[in-house]
Design a binder for this molecule. Structure first.
Ligand SMILES: [Zn+2]
Length: 67
């Protein structure tokens, strides 16, 4: 199912939403605002087979997009 991450511009709440209709506005579950923005969910860290890659954890710049 198409689950996307959204962030509310009003209260800053981040949440996941099932999106069936891209035309319908996504409503914030906290404040009810429709001023929401879809986030990029390309947060997949690639780990080579052979054990946990601690280096990847340290250098994870995922989700910290200042904008
Ligand atoms: Zn909100």
């Amino acid at each position: 199912m198409p689950i996307y991450e959204y962030v509310c511009k009003q209260c800053g709440r981040e949440f996941e939403e099932l999106v069936f209709n891209a035309e319908e506005p996504v409503v914030c579950p906290k404040c009810g605002s429709t001023e929401t923005e879809k986030l990029m969910s390309a947060c997949a860290t690639k780990v080579d087979g052979g054990g946990p890659n601690l280096d990847a954890l340290h250098g994870s710049s995922c989700g910290s997009g200042g904008g």
